[in-house]
Design a protein around this ligand. Sequence first.
Ligand code: ATP
Ligand code: MG
Length: 421
Amino acid sequence: MANKIQSIKGFYDVTPDAQKIWRYFESQCLSIFDQYGYEEIGLPIIEATKLFEAGVGTHTDIVEKEMYSWTDKLNKDKLTLRPEGTAGCVRAVIQGSLTYNGPIKLFYRGPMFRHENVQKGRQRQFHQLGIESFGLTDPSSDAEQIIMLSRLWKTLGLEKIIRLEINSIGDKEDREQYRKELIDYFEKNLEILDDDAKRRLHKNPMRILDSKNLQMQDMLEKAPKLIDSINEDAKNHFNLLCQILKDNQVDFQLNKRLVRGLDYYNRTVFEWITTDLGSQGTVAGGGRYDYLVERLGGKSTPACGFAIGIERIILLLENANLVNNIHPDIYIVNLGNESRDKSFTIAEYLRDQDYKVAVNLDSASFKSQMKKADKSNAKIALIIGEDELKNNLIQVKLIRKDGSQIELKEKDILSFIKNNI
Ligand code: ATP
Ligand code: MG
């Protein structure tokens, strides 16, 4: 036998069972995003490497060590598999002048690629569902996105295990001032910094606050907090956001150390966190990025967005034992070719009435077909054997109720099903 070829590390198949949960999750997202008026944009998976260098920032984990980049063999272009969706979305908005007629609210979904250490909830190909709005400065647009996410968790039954942390990191000038203060503070604590932190000290000191190194936590806790020194406008913006969240019964915790990993944020930053997935606990994160459109060559446009890590939500839904809600309504058991032909006719007739119908397609015994019918989670099994075929009858078994079985005339089948599903 030939050697089996395996998928590469960090890249996974989504099994049909898991796919059912994905579809359920996505359908809930899509209907909620529709309710709030977000429109879907389709974006390429490959972009120019410089888009991410400029958009995400050269001193971030993503650009420093996580991107899949290569030089195209034919035209020598430097290309990258997208590690996140915002930079590409901003590029598309600028390129297509999508804010020409005013603010626009978008969402995208699909795979992202980061070459990082593989763990549960941390893959090299993972999927995000992201929301971005362009042209809106008011904290009500930040609030709307957060309220929408809160509704999503409720719809999915996850609201008790996901909590919201928010912070404001002010505007550019606040960050520049704070950067100096922070470097001073870290230099005074140089002996506590680990190698990663030392390397970041002058490049991206705010990222050090994100460190999960236990030895550094005490020192990080005592570091000066950016939100304590942000400008009045940013402070008002943040207070208003908090007020809107309170008015809409969205609980949150202020986390003064929350800075987010990417360079482009300003003012609002937020993360939704669960304690159920260890250190892979952030299930969604986002914030405001008022400078990014201009930085990528567009007209200065305020913006705000977030991304949900789909795999992490799927893990939570799996843990929550979400009922498998995509299954046939009806399973047709049949014996022999003629009976199978009849089953097809009846199945098509019932599908015309919008029922989900599975027809047994192998020549398994009656007993094993009944087992499959049960396992399929269908509500009703129809049995068409030789006798039934001869007399235009169908045996109907209520497999999810009391298991009782009755014999019906073929013409009465639809009204019976209507009354029993
Ligand atoms: P983390 O701190 O867990 O590395 P991040 O800050 O790098 O997350 P973002 O860039 O904000 O993540 O991406 C948004 C969301 O995408 C994360 O909150 C997470 O749910 C998900 N995510 C990010 N990286 C991965 C990955 N490698 N595998 C699976 N999901 C991921
Ligand atoms: Mg990361």
